[in-house]
Write a protein that binds this ligand. Sequence first.
Ligand SMILES: Nc1ncnc2c1ncn2[C@@H]1O[C@H](COP(=O)(O)OP(=O)(O)OP(=O)(O)O)[C@@H](O)[C@H]1O
Ligand SMILES: [Mg+2]
Length: 353
Amino acid sequence: MTHVVFDQLTKIYPGADFKAVDDVTLDIPSGRLVAFLGPSGCGKTTMLKMITGLLRPTQGSITFDGENILGVPAEKRGAVMVFQNHLLFPYMSVGDNVGFGLKMRKIDKKVIEKRVDDMLELVKLPGVAKRRPNQLSGGQQQRVALARALITDPRVLLLDEPLSNLDAHLRDEMRGLILSIQRDLDVTTIFVTHDQEEAVLLADQIALIFDGKLVQYAPSTEFYERPISERGARFFGGLNFVPGTRQGNMVKTSIGSFQIATQGYEQAPEGDVMLTIRPERVQIVSQPADTNCITAKVSNTIYMGTHTRFKVQVQDDIEIEAARGDFTGSIETGDTVSVHFPEKRIWVVPRDS
Ligand SMILES: Nc1ncnc2c1ncn2[C@@H]1O[C@H](COP(=O)(O)OP(=O)(O)OP(=O)(O)O)[C@@H](O)[C@H]1O
Ligand SMILES: [Mg+2]
């Protein structure tokens, strides 16, 4: 178990005129699984490479349990990375691939063989040691890559979009495997992804990164209920955005004034804001409430298997996506409905310019 800390970590690639990683300070408690989440090009891989020693930061430091590791050679850091395209050695057997890290350390052959078998057992691939990587499926190869990383008992496990080449079913299976192995071994793990659902499913904490900058670092629920930026809220599937002005417990907008709860909004911005509320929290109700209720016309119904969502046109330029509240009747396109915004579910973020 290793406690990893970034302090003002910055990377400018030689000749580049921008910061691939920009002043990131981050604390990863030992034994946790943290997701680095963000769109393509935001600096996720660059950060992992600085941890492993493949790249040197331009500024800042990285510590493992308080020890600055930037002066420690890559092979002595105990940070191993599983790459997106798993990069097994094609001409080596699966067993030799998995045992590679130990062979480099000149460990006794018999010991390596035993450890290889244990690792293949751990990733649920017993008995494939003699095969070549190309005799395995993509998902199996990814598990071999994981076994190869884990065999050295790493202090820090770095997974760079390890599931993006797999189909949906295999991805689910691998996620489960990664979670259970991570919990078993208690190894501090960073999981890189650009898929917010995957981050939520796997991580104790999510670091949301845009343009090299750490935007928000929090448990996954916060990103749904308490995003701190409009872009972050949109990235997490927020769909309802209404510009307004917040004064204390009121947000004035062009579609009406909304009351927000008294607690939990101390850190939220005042003045010009963007009001946001998740579609599953906006409710079509049978009786218009005294506050936080608007009337609107249903513009579309979206059947989602387990439930139905309703788009309601509030103004020419403002459409809200809502769920069924206590209204039990049929809801059809063209109907006029009452739509309630529960005060504890409304949230405000600074408006993106
Ligand atoms: N060797 C390099 N030289 C110069 N610029 C680079 C180099 N590697 C990456 N970059 C740039 O640095 C930024 C961050 O790249 P990085 O690979 O860390 O992104 P990422 O978040 O991992 O993206 P993806 O999700 O597509 O893998 C990008 O703008 C990229 O073009
Ligand atoms: Mg990358």
